[in-house]
Write a protein that binds this ligand. Structure first.
Ligand code: BAL
Ligand code: ZN
Length: 876
């Protein structure tokens, strides 16, 4: 694949007016007839041919205005169809016939088969695997879709838009026609056919229109779609209330499938979902599963306005729809559940997934300017950092200013394919604020480091805060300009109350937000009567690394008194981190690990503090992970030492807090049947956290085994099984529990994924042999992406000691797997390969092994563009 540059963007020479597709479905020989009406764009070169995209296509027929076209006027290859001598301005029609093989489509891009049904995935460039087409997001047209198929095998024939009608069609066949009046790009096309069960409901929109809601799942699984339906209705209502966005078709459909590369896809009116984000019941789904379902349902639904009604001009603008839609789904969840707990979870995720991306060889701007394979840019940076950038706009403009900007965006650009510049301009126009410097957040990769130091002058009653920002070099960007960083900031007095300064010099400070715009900046807060404890980057107002040397006493003060609960959690984490880092260093040198008492006391006090919501306390007790510690250490990392050090700290907390944890374990029991609501989930989270610490204190599997046996829901059951497997892997209790779990859920793929995930995460050098054995298990299915991610993905992403074992076998194993997966599903292979992104921060022996494994991949013949792109960037 060649490199695509943003600077080369230009509109198409031809405007697409209408699309009329007819599918004659067959598992191995599906006939696709595409009737496309075009006219030459006014001003375009009148000699220019039309060049349509294809991918592994063969042309089976071509008509020009319904007449067979002379071969001298066109040229077809698997990758493109070029037609010459076209009218200067009059509309013309191309009728293109292709024959495709859904059964053989293992890439899961384009039209493919899963679980006996036909389904499509077209984003980003899957439509060109169906027919020749101007397959780019700035080509929008209304689509009519006719589907013809065997009636018995495919009672259901679905596509985007509104249902026009259907009827019998010769012996044993039938057809259905759909029309989507909203012009859309090809990446939002969808078709589903097969035999599925359905859950139905309705939603009345703000203007009083009734919308039919249907969620299609495998027969027998209908009851497990109830929560997804509930989440959908809540999403629809919320988007009306919060953003004034109403749904715009008569029907909204979701189809759950078991083989899917992504989480879900926002095709207009016909979302297709990975079934793990639809199916849930208490026996088989954890609280995290329920929360994920709610998030993904909302996210895909919200795309109807941010993505579908207003789409991207080109794929460089992906964050236009993804960053914004993640922001919207995060806000939805914050309103539905607990805002601080949601913020903590999101920031944890950002730091553990996006920060390593931004700090490694795969770093790229939120709005990149080049790519080789767009599939590789569905990243944590585009999504989660993209959301953070949107959030900062909201912070800069305030709630009303942000709303005005969003309203203007919807008004101004409805029906268009636009850019980040268009988006930002709406906020500038709505607020009058210049966002030029702020826009660097879209263009400069890397996580800025802000270094802060403060000094108090009692005589003057002033507090001086010195700030310095530095964005590290990233691939292709060696020097960076200073950014506009909105820092939510407050001062707290000795009694725990907030101090409001009388005035601030040296920086804009309004609404408790300090604007850091210079490379260095000194802000002086006047009217400060006693030494303040400063809280910086409250609610994580900017996605930065902050170095601010605060004493354990000051951090403990914030952990107790901050009114922003995110900042309380941050203070607890800032207390924990130095202990964990020192523990890793000490463990590496064979020294005893000792925890600093203020930290342990403050943490246990927070755990016991009944004024704090249980979900918050559970978040506080979940210490930074081993990969968080590795990231903070920054280099020369030894995963074994990090693991040993962290385990020792957990044990010390467990011993010191034994009584508190025992009380919590008893007190947090839920009663009266399972409810997936956030409050009940919080009780379970805190109780399970207490169980984890008690198991550390007791050092036996007994309590976890008892919990496993007593569990009446998947949250408790899988948590107990995880403790057993990860802490007591060789015990008889663990063997029994794993077997019981497998036998009980053998016919439930999503639960069996958990069984693989839990075992893939068992730490230590024996992990690889276990993973290899599990690959031989009859329950392991190589071709299913969820199963592959559960076993190989978990091993590579979430088992630092197992994957990173000192002899390098883990990396070599991964190389073999990547090559094997790549032959079938390049997108999946490339995604799992990103687990190698932090290889340079390993100690030298492991880093050498990792490099060799990467080189082995790089040298393999016939690599996909997807894997070649990732491996070359990772090695660079
Ligand atoms: N557009 C790809 C799936 C998603 O982000 O919703
Ligand atoms: Zn999305």
């Amino acid at each position: 694949g060649q490199v695509i540059h943003l600077a080369d963007y230009r509109p198409t020479d031809f405007v697409l007016e209408r699309v009329d597709l007819t599918f004659e479905l067959d598992p191995t020989e599906t006939k696709v007839e595409a009737r496309l009406i075009f006219h030459r764009r006014p001003g375009a070169d009148i000699t220019a041919p039309i060049v349509l995209d294809g991918d592994e296509l063969t042309l089976a027929g071509l008509l020009f205005d319904q007449v067979e076209l002379d071969p001298s006027r066109y040229e077809a290859t698997p990758e493109s169809l070029t037609v010459r001598d076209l009218p200067e301005s009059a509309p013309f029609e191309l009728t293109i016939t292709t024959i495709i093989n859904p059964e053989a489509n293992t890439q899961l891009m384009g039209l493919y088969r899963t679980g006996g049904i036909y389904c499509t995935q077209c984003e980003a460039e899957g439509f060109r695997r169906i027919t020749y087409f101007p397959d780019r997001p700035d080509v929008l047209a209304p689509f009519t879709v006719n589907i013809i198929a065997d009636k018995e095998a495919n009672p259901l024939l679905l596509s985007n838009g509104n249902f026009l009608g259907g009827a019998g069609y010769g012996p044993g066949k039938h057809f259905a026609a759909w029309f989507d009046p909203h012009p859309k790009p090809s990446y939002l096309f969808a078709l589903v056919a097969g035999d599925l069960g359905v859950v139905e409901d309705t939603f009345t929109t703000m203007s009083g229109r009734d919308v039919v809601l249907k969620i299609y799942v495998e027969h027998g699984k209908e009851p497990r779609a109830a929560y997804a339906m509930d989440a959908l209705k809540r999403s629809m209502a919320w988007d009306e209330e919060r953003f004034g966005r109403e749904y715009d078709l008569d029907i909204f459909m979701i189809v759950a499938v078991s083989d899917f590369n992504m989480g879900a896809m926002e095709n207009k009116g016909l979302n297709v979902f990975n079934d793990r984000y639809i199916l849930a019941d208490p026996e088989t789904a954890t609280d995290a599963d329920y929360a994920n379902i709610e998030t993904v349902i909302a996210h895909e639904y919200f795309h109807n306005w941010t993505g579908n009604r207003i789409t991207c001009r080109d794929w460089f603008q992906l964050c236009l729809k993804e960053g914004l839609t993640v922001f919207r789904d995060q806000e939805f969840t914050s309103d539905q559940r607990s805002r601080p707990v949601k913020r903590i979870a999101d920031v944890r995720h950002l730091k553990s997934e996006q920060f390593p991306e931004d700090g490694g060889p795969l770093a790229h701007p939120v709005r990149p300017t080049t790519y080789r394979e767009i599939n590789n840019f569905y990243t944590r940076t585009v999504y989660e950092k993209g959301s953070e950038v949107t959030r900062m706009i909201a912070t800069l403009l305030g709630r009303d200013g942000f709303k005005k900007g969003m309203d203007l965006y919807f008004d101004r650009h409805d029906g268009q394919a636009v850019t980040i510049e268009d988006f930002v301009k709406c906020f500038e126009d709505a607020s009058g604020r210049d966002l030029t410097q702020f826009s660097l957040w879209y263009h400069q990769a890397g996580t800025p480091l802000v270094t802060a130091s403060g000094s108090y002058d009692p005589a003057a009653g002033s507090f001086t805060l010195s700030l310095e920002q530095l964005t590290p070099a990233t691939p292709g960007q060696s020097s960076k300009e200073p950014m506009h960083i909105p820092l939510s900031l407050a001062l707290f007095g000795e009694n725990g109350g907030k101090i409001a300064p009388s005035s601030v010099d040296g920086a804009e400070y309004a609404g408790e937000v300090l604007h850091l715009t210079g490379r260095t900046q000194t802000a002086v807060f006047h009217g400060v009567g006693s030494r303040p404890v400063v809280s910086i980057n409250r609610s994580f107002s900017a996605p930065i690394n902050l170095h601010f040397d605060q004493s354990p006493a000051d951090l403990a003060h914030l952990a107790r008194h901050e009114t922003d609960h995110f900042a309380r959690w941050q203070a607890l984490t800032d207390l924990a981190l130095p202990n964990l880092l020192k523990a890793a260093r000490d463990a590496r040198e064979g020294k005893p690990v000792v925890c600093e008492p203020t930290f342990v006391e403050t943490l246990i006090a927070a755990a016991a503090d009944e004024s704090l919501e249980p979900a918050f306390r559970a978040q506080a007790l979940a210490l930074p992970s081993e990969s968080d510690i590795a990231r903070e250490l920054g280099g020369n990392n030894d995963p074994d030492a990090i693991h040993t050090g962290r385990q020792a700290i957990l044990k010390q907390i467990a011993d010191a807090g034994k009584d508190v944890f025992a009380d919590l374990y008893a007190a947090m029991a839920t009663s009266g049947g399972f409810s997936p609501d956030a409050k009940s989930a919080g009780l379970r989270a805190l109780r399970n956290s207490a169980l984890t610490y008690l198991s550390h204190a007791e050092q036996t599997p007994a309590r976890a085994k008892a919990a496993f046996e007593a569990a009446d829901n998947m949250t408790d059951l899988s948590h107990a099984l995880t403790i057993l497997a990860h802490r007591f892997a060789d015990s008889a209790e663990t063997g029994e529990a794993l077997a019981a779990f497998r036998d009980r859920f053998a016919d439930n793929a999503l639960v069996i994924d958990k069984w693989f995930t839990i075992q893939a995460g068992i730490p230590g050098a024996t992990a690889l042999d276990r993973v290899r054995r599990l690959m031989e298990n009859p329950l392991f299915k190589r071709t299913n992406p969820n199963r592959m991610r559960a076993l190989v993905g978990t091993f590579a992403f979430a088992n630092p000691t197992g994957f990173g074992r000192a002899d390098g076998e883990g990396y070599r194993f991964l190389a073999g797997q990547i090559l094997e997966i790549d032959g079938r599903n390049p997108q999946l292979a490339a995604r799992i390969l990103t687990s190698m992104r932090s290889w340079r921060s390993l100690e030298p022996t492991r880093a050498d092994h990792a490099r060799s494994a990467l080189i082995e991949i790089e040298r393999a013949p016939d690599l996909s563009t997807d894997v070649r792109d990732i491996v070359e960037r990772t090695l660079k």
